[in-house]
Design a binder for this molecule. Structure first.
Ligand SMILES: NC(=O)c1ccc[n+]([C@@H]2O[C@H](COP(=O)([O-])OP(=O)(O)OC[C@H]3O[C@@H](n4cnc5c(N)ncnc54)[C@H](O)[C@@H]3O)[C@@H](O)[C@H]2O)c1
Length: 334
């Protein structure tokens, strides 16, 4: 069986993807900065039907990528290693962000081209490509909404999409770019390379500490996608025999703002010490909210053409996440 390469596979999205691939029996090769996966992933994943190899390396190292492809037959690639740089990091080291996020993906594609065995590449783009447009359009559509990335991270994601699809075409690779919406859920942690973690992680940590939180009186519109849904979408892009589109939003297409009360109630049911309330007039929220301006929601008609639609409504997603956190705490995972 050909292996599936996931670069950055020890990161948040990567771990969820690797877990889903192993669950269905795939041979998965993780390539990334970490020597091992974080606990409890190694023990948990060892019980799944698929086969896992973990290789430590840097996507800027073309020789290491070449060796990797020479040593095993790779049939599909998720070049997901990235630095999700915030303002301080992009200002301090812009070249590194470009080297990893863009050149690292292109180096992985070049190694895939040379191997000649790769049937599908799923490129990691992001909602960040919409940038300023996200505040000007109620629905963010892959074709009609102009990309206007703000951050250097968003610029590299748009470049990955355009350069990745362009070179994949020139190099005989079959690629699809996933514009991944803001995600949350199991395995999210601080890898030291993602400067803004999800709001849901912040809330879940407060819930686990049994704190009381004050949320904004009127949170702005925001589209989250639960990572288990996201991964199902990524697998749909991997498996599509004849992709109907080459750039695809993977997002819930739902404004979560009206759903925060039900989500927070779900957290409170799982962690009984946790309490929440809306801010009173003039009162500041007790936690940093991830956004102050309302954003459009991402269209998901193109993803539906791949047979994918999100399975989790907002509160159901948070309930599932809370169940995972409890199982992890009690070492009941798997
Ligand atoms: N988390 C989100 O909400 C989100 C949204 C849109 C797109 N994405 C994309 O999903 C992918 C994974 O992001 P994530 O949220 O899991 O981030 P993460 O920080 O949790 O994981 C990134 C992984 O990449 C690895 N990595 C970084 N630089 C590397 C290098 N030079 N060589 C090898 N490995 C390296 C890290 O060690 C880490 O394991 C990224 O391409 C990101 O742009 C994520």
């Amino acid at each position: 069986m050909d292996a599936i390469l996931v670069t950055g596979g020890a990161g948040f999205v990567g771990l969820n993807l690797v877990e889903a691939l192993l669950r269905r029996g795939d041979h998965v090769v993780v390539f990334g900065r970490e020597a091992t996966l974080p606990n409890p992933a190694p023990a948990l994943f060892a019980r799944l039907p698929g086969r896992l190899e973990t290789i430590q390396g840097d996507v800027q190292d073309q020789a290491a990528l070449r060796d990797l492809f020479r040593a095993r037959r790779i049939g599909a690639v998720f070049p997901f290693a990235a630095i999700t740089a915030g303002p301080a990091r992009e200002a301090a080291d812009p070249a590194l962000v470009i080297d990893v996020n863009l050149k690292g993906v292109l180096a992985t594609l070049a190694a895939a081209r040379d191997a000649g065995t790769v049937r599908r590449v799923v490129l990691p783009s992001s909602a960040a490509v919409y940038g300023e447009s996200a505040y000007a359009h109620p629905v963010l559509d892959e074709v009609t909404t102009p990309p206007a990335p703000i951050t250097l991270y968003g610029v590299t994601k748009y470049a990955v999409e355009r350069a990745g699809l362009r070179l994949a075409g020139a190099w005989g690779l079959d690629a699809v770019a996933a514009r991944i919406g803001a995600t949350f859920g199991p395995w999210e942690r601080d890898t030291g390379l993602r400067d803004t973690l999800s709001l849901h992680l912040t809330l879940a940590e407060a819930a686990q500490r049994g704190e009381a939180v004050v949320i904004p009186a009127a949170p702005p519109a925001y589209d989250w996608v639960y990572v288990r849904d996201l991964v199902a979408g990524l697998l749909a892009l991997l498996d599509a025999p004849d992709p109907p589109h080459r750039v695809v939003n993977l997002a819930s297409g739902t404004d979560w703002a009206p759903h925060y009360p039900a989500c927070l109630d779900a957290l409170a049911r799982a962690f009984p010490g946790f309490r929440w309330r809306h801010a009173a007039p003039g009162e500041a929220p007790s936690i940093a909210w991830n956004e102050t301006r309302p954003r459009g929601v991402m269209a998901n008609a193109r993803a539906a053409d791949f047979g994918w639609r999100p399975a989790f409504a907002p509160a159901a997603a948070v309930k599932d996440y809370a169940g995972w956190l409890l199982a992890k705490r009690d070492a009941r995972l798997g």
